[in-house]
Design a protein around this ligand. Structure first.
Ligand code: LUZ
Ligand code: MOS
Length: 757
């Protein structure tokens, strides 16, 4: 299967929002944002700015015809601040001008007076001041109170995890123009076309059918465009509505970094109890999630933290609580893994804490507690099962041991450490388990629309958005198989709310499954209809014996005179419908949020990585020598796409855990606000060796073509890099303990190496 975007990407011809040819008299928007993290707007004076060259309008909250509200889950987030500002970068006004330069010059002339209010930047501080976004939630399994008595060892600790900048290559942006009879058409770089449509309808006070949203492709998203594409699309739509002209807004990189939310930083307190033979009996954990100023997706992210709180282990007694803490930072949001990785880091920290105290390798504890079929998760679902496919946590772990000779590797590392004084190596194993489905049950649905044209070519529209993850390539494969035609005949259309309605965001690793299953259904319906027609045409009684293969019609295994093209032409002339829309909703899944129990996930994805790092004890720098993975892809439908997601996810996870440090000062100002101060992995920081073994499993019938979801799970292998570096530090200073605080930047490595014991 070829990458269908290859040529246009390589030539720079693929169209992103900023590349859409603009209409006559297009206006360019620049957002005027808050320079303080918390305060009251005492006075806003736009008179100078409004008279600036080329300015067409300056819009503020009073110009919004409908609701000044863009919150997706909780209605707590204004589009434009009217009275109170709650983070640096919060939009206050939209400047519209004939060119972007005019708009930016005018924005500088806006005068604003604030009455500053106290700023909270830290989650625990917000918790102490009772600043919660919503009620906390707790998952229980077993009887945690009684369990501690059964433990031979109990350890407590704290873990802190940093945020992460999405750094999609395409910054946030939107282009909108008025259509006939008071409508608006919006081109947006959003993972969530329907969220844009619905929110624009509310903001403009229009029915949803007046708003058409079109998404061609995104230049990366990683969760950063699930809700955070909304503001810019709303502002473009508002400008287009107010001025009845086309409006384009594309953020500059530094504005994007300052104004948009990131992965949630978490701080957690844990307590872990084990038996003498390293069975984890009890695990209790409280998470303080830094939600930022508004709810955004924080309450859902909280949920996924709880769902992944025990990672890939079975622990019989669990109590886990998350507090969504309101701070004066940009609202934090979806980011690949969606709170799951933070929960899993703390689990691994708790195991490391126990292992370090007991002077045993963490892998001994990890291996002893890996999930197997039938084990219960803290939310009631059991691992494995008929619909999910088997639990391969242990199989992947053991395959890593043998395939990558972990015993020998451990000896090599020890031998290296015994003789080298400047460099020390660390090895860590990282098993993962990730649940596939939106945790909000109702979101697990999608539509697909297929048109077969008279020449036999095919147009496909689905709910999913292409963002570089290759979902369109997978959809072409689904349609090509479903209709038994060559992939060359199939064109993926843009994701558009007038063709496929009520789309869930392309998120939760579920885009290919949900849209793919809907597309499979549509193709099946078309195929059945065409077989019936072919049977009639060939004078056969039974359409069930007709087969389509390689663009030919077969009867009982024998090729007939009908080709795909002929069949389609004839069917059209016989007035057979050549179009089909289908809808898919994941069966079986359900969840009772009162009991906090149910079957929320269609299936789980499993795997294990072995990671080796080398630390320079003089400089505190380190390299990731190798990441060796065995991953349960199910029956990968596109090994090239899946490997790409795997490699990208691992490097992104390593970046999050080691070098990407989001820093705000106590006044809520982003210090790591450019690529000079926010370091992401480049090719030199990538692992020197990255081996991925495709564990052959049956997959799940609920995965598209039994090919398991691949978007998010690989990121979590990156957590192993933290522990590999940590183990290398401990090789340099045996017995040392230091805080579980990610990312483990070279500065932190040095501090650990030079800390008093
Ligand atoms: N987005 C969402 C997600 O709205 N719900 C989810 O459960 C989810 N999970 C992962 C990533 N994005
Ligand atoms: Mo996502 S973190 O799947 O938008």
């Amino acid at each position: 299967m070829k990458n269908i975007d290859l040529k246009s990407h390589v030539r720079g011809e693929s169209i992103y929002v900023d590349d859409i040819p603009v209409r006559e008299r297009t206006l360019y928007g620049t957002v005027f944002d808050s320079s303080i993290a918390h305060g009251i707007i005492k006075n806003l004076d736009v008179t100078d700015a409004a008279q600036s060259d080329g300015v067409a309008a300056i819009l503020t909250a009073v110009d919004i015809p409908g609701d000044n509200q863009i919150g997706m889950i909780l209605p707590d987030e204004p589009l434009l601040a009217a009275r109170e500002v709650q983070y640096i970068g919060q939009p206050i006004a939209l400047v519209l001008a004939a060119t972007e330069a005019f708009a930016r010059a005018a924005a500088k002339k806006i005068q604003v007076e604030f009455e500053a209010l106290p700023v909270i930047a830290d989650a625990r501080e917000a918790y102490n001041q009772k600043q919660l976004i919503d009620s906390p939630r707790t998952f229980y399994l077993g009887d945690i109170g009684a369990a501690w008595n059964q433990c031979d060892h109990i350890f407590e600790g704290r873990a802190d995890i940093g945020g992460q900048e999405h750094l999609y290559i395409e910054t946030q942006g939107a282009y909108a123009y008025p259509t006939e009879n008071g409508g608006i058409k919006i081109f947006t770089a959003s993972q969530s076309p329907t969220v844009i449509q619905k929110t624009a309808a509310q903001v403009l006070g229009l029915p949803m059918h007046k708003i058409e949203v079109d998404v061609g492709r995104l230049g990366g998203a990683f969760g950063g465009k699930e809700t955070q594409a909304t503001a810019w699309a709303m502002l473009a739509a508002l400008g287009a509505y107010r001025k009845q002209r086309a409006v384009k807004i594309v953020l500059h990189r530094q504005d994007d970094m300052r104004m948009t939310g990131k992965r949630h930083p978490y701080s957690a307190d844990f307590k872990i109890g084990l038996t003498g033979d390293y069975k984890i009996i009890a695990y209790q954990v409280s998470f303080y999630q830094n939600s930022g100023a508004f709810a955004d997706l924080s309450t859902s992210v909280m949920e996924r933290t709880l769902f992944h709180v025990t990672n890939s282990y079975f622990i019989p007694h669990v109590k886990a609580t998350v507090y969504c803490c309101r701070t004066h930072l940009p609202p934090n949001t979806a980011f690949r893994g969606f709170g799951g990785p933070q929960g899993m880091f703390v689990m691994e920290a708790a195991i490391a804490r126990a292992a370090e105290a007991l002077a045993v390798d963490a892998a001994v504890i990890q291996q002893k507690n890996l999930l197997q079929d039938g084990d219960e998760f803290p939310y009631g679902q059991k691992a494995g099962g008929e619909n999910a496919g088997r639990c391969h946590a242990q199989n992947c772990w053991h395959e890593v041991q043998t395939r990558y000779h972990i015993v020998a590797l451990r000896e090599e590392v020890a031998a290296f450490n015994a003789h080298d004084r400047q460099y020390k190596k660390g090895l860590a194993l990282m098993p993962i388990c990730f649940g596939i489905s939106f945790t909000k049950i109702h979101m697990n649905q999608a539509g697909a629309l297929v048109h077969i044209y008279q020449d036999g070519s095919v147009g496909v529209s689905v709910a999913a958005v292409e963002m570089g993850q290759g979902v369109n390539i997978k959809m072409v494969q689904v349609a090509a198989r479903g209709l038994a035609v060559s992939p060359d005949r199939i064109k993926m259309e843009t994701t558009n709310t007038t063709r496929v309605a009520n789309t869930s965001p392309t998120a939760a690793s579920s885009g290919a499954d949900l849209s793919g299953k809907a597309l499979e259904k549509a193709c099946l319906a078309l195929g059945t209809r065409l077989k019936k027609f072919a049977a009639k045409k060939l004078g056969l009684e039974n359409p069930a014996i007709i087969e389509f293969k390689d663009e030919r019609v077969y009867n009982k295994g024998k090729q007939t005179r009908l080709s795909w093209e002929q069949l389609v032409r004839d069917a059209y002339h016989d007035r057979v419908s050549l179009s089909e829309h289908a809808h898919y909703a994941t069966p079986i899944i359900h969840f009772d949020s009162k009991k906090e129990k149910g079957i929320p996930f269609a299936y789980h994805v499993y795997g294990t990585a072995a990671i080796v790092a080398t630390v320079d004890r003089l400089r505190g720098t380190y390299e990731i020598d190798a990441v060796k993975v065995v991953h349960d892809f199910g029956q990968s439908m596109d090994p090239i796409v899946d490997r790409g997601q795997m490699e990208g996810g691992i490097v992104q996870g390593i970046g999050w855990m080691t070098m990407e440090e989001v820093v705000y000062d106590p006044q809520g100002r982003l210090l790591s606000n450019a690529l000079s101060t926010y370091k992401v992995p480049d090719i030199y920081a990538a692992p020197k060796e990255l081996i991925v073994h495709f564990f052959q499993s049956e997959g799940s019938p609920l995965a598209i073509l039994r090919s398991k979801a691949i978007g998010e799970p690989p990121l979590m292998y990156g957590i192993g890099a933290y522990f590999a570096v940590r183990n290398a530090i401990r090789a340099a200073k045996p017995g040392i303990t230091f805080p579980f605080c990610a990312p483990i930047t070279p500065e932190k490595v040095l501090l650990a190496l030079y800390a008093e014991k």
